[in-house]
Ligand binder design. Structure first.
Ligand SMILES: [Zn+2]
Ligand SMILES: [Zn+2]
Length: 152
């Protein structure tokens, strides 16, 4: 039997904890990320957040990103060769995948049902329970491919 009141209390404590942990600086940084449809690196987040809070320094931004990630509010992704470029985006976005152009550096998003299907297939076939999957696509975008063809 589940104790409903204990469950509610637990939830309220958690929500309260979230509010306590949501300092103005964290709120500003989260807002910058949520308002961007794109993928921001820490320095870009810092530049944008400074428009709201001039005292903010880059070290605080890095620390805050770790906290927000721990709270499940943002996702950290690695793009480009050797996954060296760290990018942050809102965790509220629907499941999607990324393509990075190695020529111009642009990151494009796309959605596909194929990965969901593949996960379901593997879970049924192999009995795995998957909580996370990440795939990284890279190459040359259409614009850059065209430019390359022109210069040949
Ligand atoms: Zn490109
Ligand atoms: Zn994305």
């Amino acid at each position: 039997m589940t104790d409903k009141s204990a469950l509610n209390e637990g939830f309220e404590a958690m929500a309260h904890d979230m509010v306590l942990r949501m300092t103005p600086q964290r709120a500003v940084i989260l807002k910058v990320i949520e308002e961007s449809s794109g993928h921001l690196d820490a320095e870009t987040i810092w530049k944008r957040a400074k428009e709201h809070d001039q005292k903010l320094n880059l070290a605080t931004v890095y620390r805050t990103l770790v906290v927000l990630k721990g709270m499940g509010l943002i996702d950290q992704r690695y793009f480009a060769r050797k996954h060296k470029r760290e990018i942050y985006e809102s965790a509220r976005k629907p499941e999607h995948y990324h393509f990075t152009c190695n020529a111009c550096g642009e990151v494009s998003e796309f959605q596909t049902g194929h990965i969901t299907e593949l996960r379901a297939e593997l879970e049924t076939k192999l009995g795995w329970k998957m909580s996370h999957s990440c795939l990284c696509f890279e190459g040359v975008c259409a614009k850059c491919a065209e430019r390359c063809a022109e210069s040949d």
